[in-house]
Design a protein around this ligand. Structure first.
Ligand code: NAG
Length: 190
């Protein structure tokens, strides 16, 4: 497992050259959404802004969450590539500690360590703020963040409110990139 972590680290290091998502400190202390109810969180979410994530290169990025029989959540992420093809990836998310229901653990590939998926804030019906952070060797951390919306557009007041929450935990919101959610017609079937 240690070796896999190192391999993963190199992949992430390659990504951070572009994304600058690693910093020499440990993960910030965070407060996940209280009384998180995963049932209300299921369904489709559209990515509005993100801290650069290496698996995403297209536009119209969206995530569909559905419940599996064992209580885990099926994750289906898709995006529209420049050539018009739809790129999808399947994963699974699980609550590891039922006392902390807003902290999920997501896995996409068996060879890559699971990543935390922490819902910081959501009203379930319009917006969600998701954060992920992993410590490495107690030396530095790599974090990811997503501002998600139930529609392909989120009003700027809500976006700035969510950015303020990220600022509070020490995330430099100037590192956020905007996801293009225009011309997404072909995604209707994704
Ligand atoms: C979660 O939400 C669902 C759907 O609204 C509801 O049926 C369920 O009772 C809620 N669970 C808790 C623990 O509140």
């Amino acid at each position: 497992m240690a070796l896999l972590k190192v391999v993963f680290l190199f992949l992430v290091a390659a990504e951070t050259i572009y994304g600058q998502s690693f910093r020499f400190s440990t993960c910030p202390k965070i407060k996940p959404q209280e009384n998180f109810n995963v049932t209300q969180y299921l369904g489709t979410w559209y990515e509005i802004k993100k801290l650069p994530a290496m698996f995403e290169r297209g536009k119209c990025v969206q995530a569909k969450y559905s419940l599996l029989q064992d209580g885990a959540v099926r994750v289906h992420n898709s995006e529209l590539l420049k050539d018009g093809k739809i790129n999808s990836i399947e994963g699974t998310a699980k609550v590891e500690d039922h006392a902390k229901p807003a902290i999920l653990s997501v896995s996409f590939f068996k060879v890559v360590p699971d990543s935390p998926y922490i819902v910081l804030n959501t009203d379930y019906s319009s917006y969600a703020l998701v954060y992920s952070c992993s410590d490495y060797f107690g030396l530095f951390h790599i974090d990811f963040a997503w501002i998600l919306s139930r529609t392909r557009h989120l009003d700027s007041a809500t976006v700035s409110l969510l950015q303020d929450k990220l600022t509070l935990i020490g995330v430099d919101v100037s590192r956020l990139s905007v996801t293009d959610q225009t011309g997404c017609g072909p995604m209707a079937s994704a």
